[in-house]
Every structure is written in C-alpha cells, then in structure tokens.
Design a protein around this ligand. Sequence first.
Ligand code: FAD
Length: 394
Amino acid sequence: ARPKVVVIGGGAGGATAARYLAKDSQGAIDVTLIEPTKAYYTCFFSNLYLGGYRSLESIGHTYDKLASDFGVNVVHDWAVGIDRDAKTVALAGGGSVPYDKLVVSPGIDLIYDSVPGYSLEAASLMPHAWKAGTQTALLKNKIAAMREGGTFAMVAPPNPYRCPPGPYERISMVAHVLKTSNPTAKIVVIDPKEAFSKQALFMEGWEKHYPGMVEWLPASIHGGIESIDPQTGEIVTGLDTIKADVANIIPAQKAGRIAEAAGLTNESGYCAIEPATMQSKVDANIHVIGDACIAGDMPKSGFSANSQAKVAAMAIRADLTGSNKFPPRFSNTCWSLIATDDGVKVGARYEAGEEKITSVDSFISQTGEDAALRKTTYEESVGWYEGITADMFG
Ligand code: FAD
C-alpha cells in the first residue's frame, strides 16, 4: 500500500505541504488534508481589505484544485486528537485517519484572557481579526459605522505573535480609510512592547500621510493594560482610561490547540522542531510547520510557513520514497502597505543551524525612499500574493 501522510490544517503551511507532497511524489504518497473550513481567507492582504484595496472574495480560496488536480483527499473536519502510538488522528465527526507521517500546521490560538476582560464572546464586540474572514468583515463594518471624530483603539499583541508588522500595517490601512471618511477621528495603539517591526518606516509614513492622527503608546508610557470593558468600550491602562468607539484587541498567542493536546508544545506554548527537517523534537513521525512551531530567526508569517512546508515535504518524501534530499533553504519577506503605492518590506534568507533556523542575510526598506521605489515594492507584494496562493491551492 502507498505510504500515508496526513496534514492537519489547510493554511499557508498545511496547504503548501499537502500540494507539494502530492505533486512531487506523483501519486506515490497518499495525502490527506484535514481542514474544517471550505473557504480559507488569507490573513495576508486582509489589512488591504480593511483599507479598501481588496474585496473579501479576492482573499478567499477553496480546496477544490488540491483534490481535483493533485489527488489530495480533503476532509472538512476538525482534528480533535492525535494518538502518537497508534499513529492515528481522531476527527470531530467521528472516526480516525491513520498516518505514517503527520504534518501539523494549525496556526495560532488566541489567549483571550491575556487581556483582562477579553474573551471569545467579547470578540463579537471588540474583534481581534487575527484570523481572517468574518472577524475581519466585522472590524471593517465597525470602522465604517464609527461616529464622527470617534476613537479607534488597538491593543497590540506581545511577542511572539503571527505577523510582526501586521498590527502596524493595519493601523496604516485604518488611517487611510478614516482620513477620507472620518478625518477628525483618532487612532490610538496601546502596545505591550517598547518597539515594533519596521517602526521607523511606519512612523515616518504615519507622519507623512496621516499627520496627527495616530498615537502609539508603548508600555513604558501607558503602564500596562489593567482591564477592558467590551460593553462600554473602555480600556483602562496604568496611565488613564481610553474610551474606544471601535476597539481591535489582539491578545497573546500560542500554537493551535491540537498541537498542545498532542503534547507537541513546550512551556513557550509553541512546538520545538529539528531545523533541517521541521520534525517535532518530541516525535520524529510528526513535522510541525508555520506559526505553531519555534522557527528560530524566522518570523511567524505566511511566507515562512510556505517555505517551511517545502522543507518538511522534501524530508518526508525522502523518508517514505527514497527521493533526493537537498540542504534545506528557507526565506521570508514581509511586505506592508502604508498608503496608496507606498509599500515597504523586510526579509531574510535562512539555513538550518544545529540548534535553530538561522538568518544568513537580511534586507529592509529605508526611510526616505522615493515614491517610484515604494510603488515597485508594493507591486512586488501583489505578485507575491498571486504566487503564494497558487503555490498553496494550485
Ligand atoms: P494558518 O494559515 O492560520 O492555517 C491554519 C489552518 O489550520 C486554518 O485553516 C485552521 O482552520 C486549521 N486548523 C486549526 N486547528 C485545526 C484542527 N484542530 N484540525 C484541522 N484544522 C485545523 N504573512 C505573510 O507572509 N505576509 C503578510 O503580508 C501577512 N499579513 C498578515 C496580516 C494579518 C492581519 C495577519 C493576522 C497575519 C498576516 N500574515 C502574513 C501571517 C500569516 O497569515 C500566518 O503567519 C500564516 O497564515 C501561518 O500559516 P499556518 O499554516 O501556520 O496557519
């Protein structure tokens, strides 16, 4: 019988892994993808949807081609348990799926109570929009309905979290919308950190495009978040109380709960892996990729997850079919849009070190770059979006 690989999670990591395993083994491996949703909305470019540059439909993708063109068995269900001795995955709908090798890519789960007063229920009043789809649409509607001169407040997440520049790209996109629709509105960022990704670039951009609109408060100024009230919109910090008309609460994060349930996480809440193969440090038959793993110098991004998926797929194919194995290469670029045609980026190439995935060279956009270069950078990101989604879903 053909060797069986099961992939949990059909996002940036899992969809890529399933497609590469099926495509490159040309049918020699039986690949099953377990993913509850029929349409996956990418978090990448979800900020551009908030900014009015993209429709929601344009960031939604289905699994049809993975099944029809690549022969992946797509099972729309939740994985609720992994029996590592029997090598089976239990499904919420009943039954279990056996595997020889398992890829785990469930993304993140939110630690709601890391922000006192926040909860799963509160997310319908104060959306996080840190998983894309209905949450993102809810946040967009709230911004559109905000009273004139109102306050949009974001509680930013502590490290480590999915997409380091994501909160600040979101602030840029919200400012872009409010500048026209509600020019006397205010934007406040209550950050548990003292610094953030591409900070100089964002700050320069906010001053240039949205002067006086955005206030960023690091922990040393606001003194910590004491509580939030989803009913009144009040956010109480050590410094004062901010009354938000629209609040976007992005709590602390950890690996998707199936990883924890299977005993794959450590005290950090994420999964330790072997850098050369993405194998779990606690189970060599399981590869953990994407946001759920501890990827050394790599940030938690869709680009990273896609890159890690290919390394894991190559290692699995080599193990199961004896195919060639090459030294793993990883790469990442995170683009952010600050205003129309004003794109910036940060990125690096990486290799598998002994202890961790290690950066070998890196680049970042510079402050003061001319408009033509920024436009080119934005256009690059549009090409990347088309490329990565084709690489994930076929
Ligand atoms: P995901 O893509 O989240 O996929 C996980 C999948 O697993 C989900 O589909 C989920 O339904 C499924 N799942 C979870 N639990 C189970 C279970 N028990 N059983 C079965 N399935 C399960 N990255 C970039 O590279 N570029 C960007 O510009 C960018 N912008 C971003 C902007 C925002 C606002 C946000 C929030 C993120 C952004 N990211 C970006 C980050 C990127 O979205 C994530 O890093 C990436 O999606 C991680 O891939 P993943 O496979 O680990 O998780």
